[in-house]
Design a binder for this molecule. Structure first.
Ligand code: BES
Ligand code: MN
Ligand code: ZN
Length: 481
């Protein structure tokens, strides 16, 4: 979808017209400008609240007008919801071309416009690879402002670059597990790296064994595909900081021998969303040419039961010599991540940010619109929280108290992977923290936000959201500003 900005209201003949109605807006003025719209009494039914909408057909102009409740003009969260509603309506009415006319002078701060553009793109996405009958996307949107709005065309373009990576991530996460096994993911990530001219290191069984990557080897033991550790490198000519990004890439999480009950397994193709998001973020940072060195690590494995499967009672020795008792094979994410975190810490970055669909309890606690952030570095967590608020990929901080560490200690090994008795997102964070050395470390649990079972207030489609790409790009951009 192409988004452009114009300063004059000159709609193309077949474009649908969206008019955001802000709270307290003078609707009489709107009616004076568009007398063909409707009787003002009907117009009055829209008050400007988010979620309201009124569709009017102008017979003379053979045109669809959509009046959409828009809340407050200077409030970025309202821009996201407006974009979501407007895009849902445009698609519902099968409008391919649209013009969004902001009749209220504003001001519209940059983060408002940024949210608007992002969420128009995000809500124009559907995963329909396996449907014969595809829905109709919007392919062109013009934004028209009465007064000049602070959104340079270069910004719209750079959002397009980022949103293309988000779409790539959503397609990968939505892909069916039969076609998204570790071999296929290595192939897909490899093709993307080649296309973008980035260096990708691929460790399969041989290299994993040579480097004692025993978390990946154990979790992936029963899959038909070997596990893999991928390292995607972006190194610009000049950079001040080095950031390691780590993602959980369980291509399918059946639970292993601790098999998940039916309904819990339904969406488990989404368990590689962290890996896809971090590699998508590296791709986006490279496409934008951000002056920061990034290493993106993806820990890929498929967690299945079977003859070779790892078992409760097993003890795994990690490359940093720590041992872990397996209590539950469904707590597999932290095991593959431990390998990747050890490798990340060895590369001596300034910080490690790790994204994973790690715990069911974070979904219970925070739902589908806030990811859980756990981080002991005040500076790093503050930067991530700011990036979350700015991008709309919201974070809520949970503590990592040392007092809880004793619950992750095992009687027969240094640590155990489950059986923690409460606060499982936090204790999983404490577990991961054991593998990061002294590097400032942030853990983001995206189990609730990466994949929607139903639409929410700013995303109109279920399935993969691409959560994390825009968050990380925003964070990296501010980091090197
Ligand atoms: N991949 C799941 C977590 C998950 C749940 C992601 C719901 C997305 C939606 C993870 O591997 C898992 O199974 N976690 C268990 C750990 C438990 C067995 C200690 C959990 O949180 O229930
Ligand atoms: Mn699991
Ligand atoms: Zn999992």
């Amino acid at each position: 979808m192409k988004i452009t900005k114009k300063n004059q209201f000159r709609p193309e003949a077949d474009a649908g017209i969206v008019i955001p109605v802000f709270r307290g807006m003078d609707l009489a003025a709107l009616w004076r400008e568009f007398p063909e719209l409707e009787h003002p009494a009907r117009l009055r039914r829209i008050k400007g609240e988010i979620g309201e909408a009124l569709a009017c057909h102008s017979i003379e102009q053979r045109r669809l007008f959509l009046l959409v409740g828009a809340g407050r003009p200077a409030h970025a969260p309202d821009a996201r919801k407006l974009a979501c509603k407007a895009m849902a309506l445009l698609r519902q009415y099968r409008v391919g071309k649209a013009l969004i006319y902001f009749t209220t002078p504003g001001p519209y701060p940059p983060e408002y416009l940024h949210g608007l553009v992002d969420y128009l793109h995000l809500n124009n996405y559907r995963f329909e690879r396996y449907k014969k009958k595809k829905s109709r996307p919007v392919y062109r949107v013009q934004l028209v402002f009465r007064k000049r709005a602070a959104l340079p065309p270069g910004d719209i373009r750079s959002r397009e670059v980022v949103l293309r990576e988000v779409e790539w991530v959503r397609d990968l996460v939505n892909e069916i597990p039969a076609r998204a096994n570790p071999d296929a993911m290595v192939e897909a990530f490899g093709a993307a790296a080649r296309a973008r001219g980035l260096k990708l290191d691929v460790w399969r069984r041989k290299e994993l064994e040579a480097n004692a990557m025993n978390g990946l080897l154990s979790v992936g033991a029963s899959s038909c595909c070997e596990p893999a550790l991928l390292a995607l490198h972006y190194e610009p000519r000049t950079f001040g900081r080095t950031v390691a990004l780590v993602g959980k890439g369980i291509t399918f999480d059946s639970g292993g021998l601790n098999l998940k009950p039916g309904s819990y397994m339904e969406d488990m193709k989404c368990d590689m969303a962290g890996a896809a998001a971090v590699l998508g973020a590296v791709n986006a940072a490279a496409a934008l040419g951000l002056p920061v060195k990034i290493i993106g690590l993806a820990a890929l494995a498929e967690n299945l039961p079977g003859r070779r499967a790892y078992k409760p009672g097993d003890i795994i020795t990690f490359a940093n010599k720590k041992t872990v008792e397996i209590v539950n094979t469904d707590a597999e994410g932290r095991l593959v991540l431990a390998d990747a975190l050890i490798v990340a810490a060895r590369s001596k970055p300034d910080m490690i940010i790790e994204l994973s669909t790690l715990t069911g309890a974070v979904v219970t606690a925070l739902g589908d619109s806030y990811a859980g952030l756990m981080c002991r570095s005040k500076k790093l967590s503050a930067g991530l929280l700011r990036a979350g608020a700015a991008s709309g990929e919201l974070l809520w901080e949970l503590p990592l108290p040392a007092e809880y560490r004793e619950s992750i200690v095992s009687k027969v090994a240094d640590l155990k992977n489950a059986g923690y008795n409460g606060a499982s997102p936090i204790k999983a964070g404490l577990f991961l923290n054991e593998f990061t050395g002294k590097v400032p470390f942030a853990h983001v649990d995206i189990a609730g936000t990466a994949f929607l079972s139903k639409p929410n207030f700013c995303l109109a489609a279920e399935g993969a959201t691409g959560f994390g790409v825009r968050l990380l790009v925003e964070f990296l951009r501010e980091l090197v500003k």
